[in-house]
Design a protein around this ligand. Structure first.
Ligand code: ADP
Length: 512
């Protein structure tokens, strides 16, 4: 069961299409399948197996067996590190193939998948390989000669991981890297829109020599496979990245089943504040990147821009120029920065927001269909959306209040720092925020005031595998990346050790 995908250099790359359970690819027990299209053309790309609840049971049983027999406390940290390094090396050697698969399935440019997603993902796996031997507890001073206390950071067990379609390989790496390094086994479900690259990663894991059952990759829909994971009685933790609505439902399933631990990285409507003392050329470039990166399909996209009123017209002109120079086109072309969105559904959703912007009186600065007129006819059924800016926006407009997950920027102006803070924080989300100012004290005041898990000063959207990432407010809880990301996959055991104290009996109010 495999499919051949055409590459940008007229070659082919093969992807296995089954469920990866116990180091084997096999079809679903119920024969259930689904088809994923190529977003650039709308044509079918591959038909893959979809896991039924019985398949999920089998994957969990494989992961449990591996956890209790060969992984977890039965493995040495150095062994886990070695396998993770080996896996990363195989990814490195397979980088171009992975990028071709990702581009065909997701729509992002091949170069972007290779040089950003995959490069960072390999870095992430190596980062956590390096941390596998640095999982530490601590000793807590007690009574000398009497008692000692210490903690151990133990793996949690079998982890269910449910990931989205915007960064299929990167979200995979962010989830599996820390989980495996800390000694957990995993059952991971890619998004049904982008099921393919994870299967290639599974094949590489098999080659690297991970024992059967440590890594299980099962595709399927959220409603069947995802739900079977979040409600499973033998999964100890579920980690999720995706929409706030789905996050809520996963938390509910976890609560109603076995109270498994939950970490959620959810949506955002991140504010970016530009003060009139900023380097405006740099600010315009970063703001453009903040919303156009990955086609705006970015949970921390800087989608609400607040510009000081004194520079509004100048700044809008700079943004318009940038957006119009931004190349939308063939994902196989090295010049393209924006390919199609991931799915027809997402294209229609983003278009409906653009319509709402116009209907609710926002002023269109750039965007609209004519911006896509240059596209080759072979992409006429592709899921393209023009990069769009709306000015004169205000609270109450759908484009200001709701997460769009597309290349659409709403712009508002402000007079004072206090007003900027109030506008920026006026959202239920709290994932990212940006500030552009040449005044360091002003930047620091904004860092304190902005309600977000990540604040960028004089840049936007850049992340590092060593720096924790996650949300405040309704953008979720738990952190990924960095040492904090590793801690999400351990649980603390506290040990009280009496080595010299004597307990006398019977006990009364005079007992020490
Ligand atoms: P989107 O709406 O953009 O597709 P979702 O948050 O629904 O984003 O999807 C992210 C991931 O969550 C995908 O892997 C999807 O299959 C999964 N998912 C969707 N609904 C559920 C659910 N009810 N339970 C578990 N997983 C789900």
């Amino acid at each position: 069961m495999s499919v051949s995908i055409k590459t940008s250099t007229n070659g082919e790359v093969t992807v296995k299409t089954g469920l990866f359970i116990n180091n084997e690819f096999r079809p679903s027990k119920t024969g259930s399948e689904f088809t994923t299209p190529n977003p650039a053309t709308g044509e079918p790309l591959a038909t893959l197996s979809a896991a039924s609840p019985e398949d999920v049971d089998e994957a969990v049983a494989a992961a449990r067996k591996a956890f209790t027999t060969v992984w977890g406390k039965k493995s040495k940290p150095s062994q886990r590190a070695e396998l993770l390094y080996k896996w990363a090396d195989l990814m490195e050697a397979d980088k171009q193939n992975l990028a071709e698969i990702e581009s065909n399935d997701n729509g992002k440019p091949v170069w972007f998948a290779r040089d950003i997603d995959i490069t960072d993902s390999i870095g992430c796996i190596r980062y956590y390989a390096g941390l596998a031997e640095k999982v530490e507890g601590k000793t807590i001073e007690q009574e000398e000669g009497v008692k000692l206390a210490f903690t151990r950071a133990e793996p949690i067990g079998v982890c269910g991981q449910i990931i989205p379609w915007n960064y299929p390989i990167q979200m995979f790496a962010w989830k599996v890297g820390p989980a495996l390094a800390a000694g957990n086994t995993i059952v991971i479900k890619p998004a049904e829109q982008t099921p393919m690259s994870a299967l290639r990663l599974a094949e590489l894991a098999q080659k690297a020599g991970f024992p059967p059952g440590v890594i299980n990759v099962i595709n399927g829909t959220g409603a069947v496979t995802g739900r079977a994971i979040s409600s499973h009685m033998d999964i100890d933790k579920v980690a999720f990245t995706g929409s706030t609505v789905t996050g809520r439902s996963i938390m509910e399933s976890a609560a109603k089943s076995n109270l498994k631990k939950v970490s959620l990285e959810l949506g955002g409507k991140s504010p970016v504040v530009v003060f009139d003392n900023a380097d405006l050329e740099q600010a315009a470039n970063w703001v453009s990147m903040g919303i156009l990166f990955n086609h705006g399909q970015e949970c921390c996209a800087g989608s609400r821009l607040f510009v000081q009123d004194t520079i509004k017209d100048d700044f809008l002109a700079r943004l318009k120029k940038n957006f119009e120079a931004h190349v939308v086109g063939d994902p196989r072309d090295i010049k393209t920065f924006q390919g199609p969105l991931v799915s027809k559904q997402q294209q229609e959703r983003v278009q409906s927001f653009i319509k709402a912007g116009l209907d609710q009186g926002a002023k269109l600065i750039t965007g609209g269909e004519e911006r896509l007129a240059h596209l080759d006819p072979k992409f006429k059924n592709g899921y393209y959306v023009a990069p769009t800016i709306f000015a004169d926006c205000k609270k109450g407009m759908k484009i200001v209040d709701e997460e769009i997950f597309g290349p659409v920027l709403s712009v508002q102006s402000f007079k004072t720092e206090e007003e900027a803070i109030q506008l920026a924080n006026d959202t239920t989300y709290g994932l990212g925020a940006g500030v552009f100012s040449s005044d360091a004290s002003q930047c620091m005041r904004m860092v304190h005031a902005l309600e977000a898990g990540t604040v960028w000063c004089n840049e936007y959207v850049a992340l590092s595998n060593a720096v924790p990432f996650g949300g405040m407010k309704q953008s979720g809880f738990g952190r990924e990346l960095g040492i904090e990301g590793l801690k999400e996959y351990t649980q603390t055991k506290a040990i009280h050790w009496n080595y010299g104290g004597k307990l006398s009996w019977p006990i009364d109010g005079t007992t020490e």
